[in-house]
Design a binder for this molecule. Structure first.
Ligand code: URP
Ligand code: ZN
Ligand code: ZN
Ligand code: ZN
Length: 486
């Protein structure tokens, strides 16, 4: 048996897609799923995986990661190899990371730099590109990225004033251009002016530790930005995807807009679903600082609202915002919480945490789990069913999932190079036994066989399914002048 065999037959499992479950074998040949059906024969030389009693699901897609990110004066501990390898160990086979140009930096220069860094990825990857400033060259580069590079989503940070924050003028220009190109605008929704003001106020009161982080980024600050972005998108008739929705108020803003018929989509982080804000009051600076990420972890009632949002369908995807900074890096904010590099990990743990807290509690069915961990991201970012679906012709990115397997999550056993695990000590039931990436067995019962450079860049075509509907609606509602006699 060899993990490099070009054929792998997964026998005897229950295949779970977002629309149904079926007992079926899955045959993977040369990186693709060749057949899904009963009693498939193993081709000569094929590796056979016995999945009896287990689920066979599309590999996770993490639509929000930051590998090798230069941010707040330092660079994340995980690069594209170590971060994607950690993902494979947890059943995640694709990431969508972010190209984040500095203000005034040409988009194409930043894009090429990130593409170079990502060449060592062990799993498939794609990029959202951040719009951090605006001029005619940015408008033109957005077109090049969409038409020639397979980018179909643009990110806007409404926070991080004096750094990468996009003002309303930039949002308006970029959203309108994205619509023209058939690309999805996405937003980090926090009011950067209010965050800046509240940070100064907390420090003036003598609150300089990590507890100042959530105090300067309360739910209302997030909700205001979410509502503003949604309102701008409504006026311009563009779809909008809100990343890392962390609080009830933002989830409600999305639900209200959807109830009015607006095409708004929400992403939730595994961390925001299960970690609460008590972490920021930990007496040890290093522990509290390890949890500094934006938006911050919230009080428990917000977690319940996020789970309800996933159940109700007004929140669509789950991600991690995997962005690891170690204690020595977090120490830059020892005397000033606003200087603690923002970010936490979780790419390896996301699927297990969401299965354990979602499926085992009856909040999600296995098919709903597939929807929120893989299929919905593939649909929204227009790579479905190549990704996100166990179907003939799709990429052979799969996870074999043991619903009875257990594991205690810990920094001591994680593959990420981060030195903290936000899920430390949590025992989960439901873990991957095998991960296939492009038809190769890259994780087998604890044995991680990830290799640098095995991941491929995934081009995503523009004009996903919602764009045609939006243009029909716009045509019907087109403003008209009144013809008057002179
Ligand atoms: O704290 C975070 N989330 N760091 C990464 C950058 C971002 O805002 O997504
Ligand atoms: Zn963000
Ligand atoms: Zn992020
Ligand atoms: Zn912790």
């Amino acid at each position: 048996m060899s993990d490099t065999a070009s054929a792998v037959l997964i026998r005897g499992g229950t295949v779970v897609n977002a629309d149904r479950e079926q007992r079926a074998d899955v045959l993977c040949v040369d990186g693709r799923i060749q057949a899904v059906g009963a009693d498939l024969a193993a081709p000569p030389g094929a590796t056979v995986v016995d999945a009896g009693g287990q689920y066979v699901m599309p590999g996770g897609i993490d639509p929000h990661t930051h590998m090798q990110l230069p941010f707040m004066g330092t660079v994340t501990a995980d690069d594209f190899y170590t971060g994607t390898a950690a993902g494979l160990a947890g059943g995640t086979t694709s990431i969508i990371d972010f190209v984040i140009p500095d203000p005034q930096q040409p988009l194409m220069d930043a894009y090429r730099m990130w593409r170079g860094w990502a060449e060592k990825a062990a799993a498939d990857y794609s990029f959202h590109v951040a719009i951090t400033w605006w001029d005619e060259s940015v408008r033109a580069d957005m077109g090049t990225l969409v038409h020639e590079e397979g980018v179909n989503s643009f990110k806007h940070f409404m926070a991080y004033k004096n750094a990468i924050m996009a003002d309303d003028e930039t949002l308006v220009n970029s959203f309108r251009r994205a619509l023209e190109l058939g690309a999805m605008p996405t937003v980090h929704a926090e009011n950067g002016e209010l965050v800046f003001l509240l940070q100064q106020e907390m420090k003036a009161k003598g609150i300089t530790g990590p507890e100042g982080h959530p105090l300067s980024r309360p739910p209302a600050v997030e909700a205001e930005a979410a509502q503003r972005a949604i309102a701008i998108a409504d006026v311009l008739n563009v779809p909008i995807y809100v990343v890392h929705v962390s609080c009830a108020e933002s989830a409600e803003a999305i639900a209200r807009a959807r109830a009015r018929g607006q095409r708004v989509y929400g992403e939730v982080l595994a961390g925001h679903l299960v970690v609460d804000d008590s972490v920021y009051r930990h007496p040890d600076f290093a522990v509290a600082a390890a949890h500094v990420m934006s938006p911050p972890f919230r009080a428990r009632e917000h977690q319940a609202a996020l789970w309800r949002g996933l159940q109700a369908g007004h929140l669509h995807t789950t991600a991690t915002d995997h962005c690891t900074f170690c204690a020595a890096q977090k120490a830059a904010g020892r005397l000033d919480f606003s200087k603690i590099p923002n970010g936490t990990g979780g790419i390896e743990e996301r699927l297990a945490v969401i299965w354990d807290e979602g499926v085992n509690t009856g909040r999600l069915t296995p098919s709903e789990f597939v929807a929120v961990t893989s299929a919905n991201a593939a649909r929204l970012f227009n790579i479905y069913p190549r990704k996100g679906c166990v179907v003939e012709g799709a990429d052979a990115d799969l996870v074999v999932w043991d619903p009875a397997g257990t594991k205690t999550l810990s920094v001591a056993t994680q593959h990420s190079k981060g030195d903290h695990n936000i899920f430390e000590g949590r025992t989960v039931t439901g873990i991957p036994t095998h991960t296939l990436s492009g038809g190769r067995l890259v994780y087998v019962q604890g044995d991680l066989r990830a290799e640098p450079g095995q991941g491929r860049y995934v081009k995503r075509p523009p004009f996903g399914p919602v764009f045609d509907a939006l243009s029909r609606k716009a045509a019907l509602q087109a403003p008209t002048a009144v013809a008057r006699s002179a």
